[in-house]
Ligand binder design. Structure first.
Ligand code: G
Ligand code: G
Ligand code: MN
Length: 609
């Protein structure tokens, strides 16, 4: 009954394997199989080696001194041993006897070489635990078939010893081995491993009320869902050898799965995979006539940079999973308290961010942009503020990454652009002197397929003169840059807007690529301004950026001017526009308008307009 159930599901993968795939797979297995042979006759061994190589085996170890046999077997750990019986000094019988009593070698398959007529010898060898016989002289076809059959029995035994019979996934023993191997690897490469412990919250109830065949089917289907979710994960699918990929998901006991992720560079990355797994489990399972809703509790432990034992990481993940379960299930907990607190706050912020726009909690502030030449306000940059009723004011430094990761940035960014365009339209109606308005665009928005269409609709709807709208994009655009982003920038520019590269100098952009980018402006990052008046180094960098921009015909904007000395230096260096606390921090719209009107009035009064 249970086996039939398996047959229904497992072949999904098997059906897709064509005959040539199967051959390729067999040959790949043979390449990794180690065959050892012990015989006092080297010529005989040469023949056998050639036959085996013809059949696709690549690792063949020959030993003609039977006294060394055991030591060589211990070191080489062959998958199968071809053993001659009649040898001087130590006979094949002696070796067979030692192997069968040996702590780690006792299950090694042994094919003994003997002449077909020798019944008494055969019986003795069988009694000592020989697996099969090979007649001398060796026939090529017989050799190939006996080796193949013996190996497939061994593969079956390994499968039983290292796999969970219900899901066919690696079991705890195998997973721990893979984990230990990977841990020794990470210590060299300084990348982290994340370990996920995933327990189905309802498994016990399903098993108790619906019986074994249904609960086995649940495990099987959940195993496949997790495996699909992992295949869609870059961290897993990119950098791992195919063989290992099938070993990083295991079922331990009851409804508990373990997953190894490598390489991981941030906690958030592990949490993201965990959430993807959770989502894949949440979709209702259909088994026979039942529809079963499942949730999971997930615990995550991270290897960190110190050397760690596999068992220790497994225990930590298990404890984090138990704590997730105790807090009601269907959630993710980290093993480390501080990471967990950060993660929990992030989750709560994200849940509230979803409604922030609708609740009117998002606000825009405006920082004046001022001409270095004339000292006149030429426009502003809009910056977002979140005044959460629950958490109080939250900085964009904290909520923008959350909005980006959750995808909420798309909706928020659309609101922001729409709102900014309305402001700009209002100014264009109200003021005779035109003002520019700069809007920050997150890379996550920019890469969205319909970003240009959204921008076009929003801009047209607002009736603004688009040349006064600037879109600020970060430098990462150039790192990830491809002809694709150049095309997109060109499309944006066709809308008539200005394009600016924000935080310039902080990324790792290639300067040669800059030349190809259709942009109008560089914004020099404020980190270069911090000690520019007493650091020749900072000054040189800023001077170089300005020279570069001039050479490429781009305007320069500098951020973070806080002192008069900085202002004078930047003016001297030939920068065009500045922003900074020296003139004004970001302020409310009315305050910005007041500053602008005041300056206009002064200009009219002094007659310098
Ligand atoms: O003003 P403030 O210190 O809070 O801004 C911090 C960072 O958040 C800055 O790097 C700024 O570019 C970013 N930021 C502020 N407002 C917005 C916005 O409306 N959209 C995007 N994408 N980023 C913003
Ligand atoms: O990355 P972006 O350019 O969008 O960031 C603008 C950020 O710089 C805003 O958070 C703004 O509050 C901040 N900012 C603007 N002027 C100054 C300044 O003179 N000094 C400092 N420290 N921050 C500034
Ligand atoms: Mn900006």
């Amino acid at each position: 009954m249970i086996n039939n159930e398996h047959d229904k599901v497992v072949p999904e993968t098997q059906q897709t394997i064509s005959l040539s795939d199967a051959m390729t797979k067999t040959m790949a297995v043979r390449k990794h199989t180690t065959i050892m042979m012990v015989d006092d006759d080297p010529i005989m061994m040469d023949f056998v080696q050639i036959f085996l190589e013809d059949a696709g085996y690549r690792k063949i170890i020959c030993e003609d001194d039977s006294r060394r046999a055991i030591a060589v077997i211990e070191a080489a750990r062959p998958d199968i041993l071809l053993l001659d019986l009649v040898m001087p000094n130590v006979s094949g019988f002696d070796i067979l006897e030692i192997i069968r009593k040996h702590e780690t070698l006792k299950h090694l398959p042994v094919l003994v070489l003997t002449s077909a007529t020798d019944t008494e010898t055969k019986l003795r060898a069988l009694e000592l635990g020989a697996t099969d016989f090979l007649s001398k002289p060796v026939d090529q076809s017989e050799l190939r078939l006996r080796v193949r059959n013996t190996l497939s029995v061994k593969a079956y035994q390994d499968q039983l010893a290292y796999h969970d019979p219900v899901t066919n996934l690696p079991n705890r023993k195998m997973f721990t081995n893979v984990l230990e191997r990977n841990l020794s690897h990470t210590q060299v490469k300084r990348r982290q491993i994340a370990l996920l412990s995933v327990e189905l919250d309802q498994f016990e109830r399903v098993a108790d009320t619906m019986g074994l065949s249904v609960s086995d089917e649940v495990l099987l289907q959940v195993g496949q869902r997790i495996s699909h979710a992992l295949q869609a994960t870059d961290a897993v699918s990119n950098s791992r050898a195919f063989e290992d990929l099938s070993h990083n998901l295991a079922r331990f006991d009851r409804g508990t799965f373990y997953i190894l992720l490598y390489p991981i560079d941030a906690n958030a990355q592990a949490a993201q995979v965990a959430r993807r797994i959770n989502t894949s489990i949440n979709a209702p399972l259909k088994i026979d006539s039942f529809e079963i809703d499942l949730t999971a509790s997930i615990g995550i432990s991270m290897s960190g940079q110190q050397s760690r034992r596999g068992e220790e990481l497994i225990d930590e993940a298990a404890r984090a999973k138990d704590s997730a379960r105790q807090s009601g299930g269907n959630c993710i907990h980290f093993a480390s308290a501080s990471v967990d607190a950060d993660y929990a706050r992030g989750q709560r912020l994200q849940a509230n961010l979803r409604r922030a726009v609708a609740l009117g909690e998002m606000e825009l502030v405006y920082q004046p942009k001022v001409s270095l030449l004339t000292g006149n306000i030429i426009g502003a940059e809009t910056l977002m503020r979140w005044n959460s009723k629950i958490f109080g004011p939250i900085s964009p430094v904290e909520f923008i990454p959350i909005a980006e990761e959750s995808g909420l940035i798309i909706e928020i960014g659309e609101w922001l652009l729409d709102h900014s365009c309305q402001t700009l339209f209002e100014w264009q109606q109200r003021f005779a002197t035109p003002l520019t308005l700069a809007v920050n665009i997150s890379m996550k928005q920019f890469v969205e397929e319909n970003f240009v269409a959204m921008a076009a609709t929003t801009i047209h709807r607002s009736n603004i003169d688009a040349k006064y709208l600037t879109l600020e994009l970060t430098e990462s655009l150039m790192i990830e840059g491809s002809s694709l982003s150049v095309d997109k920038l060109l499309e944006l520019r066709q809308l008539g807007v200005c394009l600016s590269i924000d935080d310039f100098g902080t990324g790792y952009s290639s300067l040669s690529y800059l030349e190809q980018l259709p942009v109008d402006e560089l914004k020099i990052d404020r980190s270069f301004l911090q000690n520019i008046t007493d650091s020749k180094r900072s000054e040189s960098i800023v001077r170089a950026i300005i020279t570069l921009a001039q050479g490429l015909g781009l305007k320069t904007v500098v951020e973070g001017i806080e002192t008069e000395a900085q202002l004078n230096l930047l003016k001297h260096l030939g920068c065009n526009i500045y922003q900074g606390y020296y003139f004004s921090p970001p302020v409310a719209k009315e305050e910005f308008e007041r500053l602008f009107i005041e300056q206009q009035t002064d200009l009219i009064n002094t007659g310098t307009q």
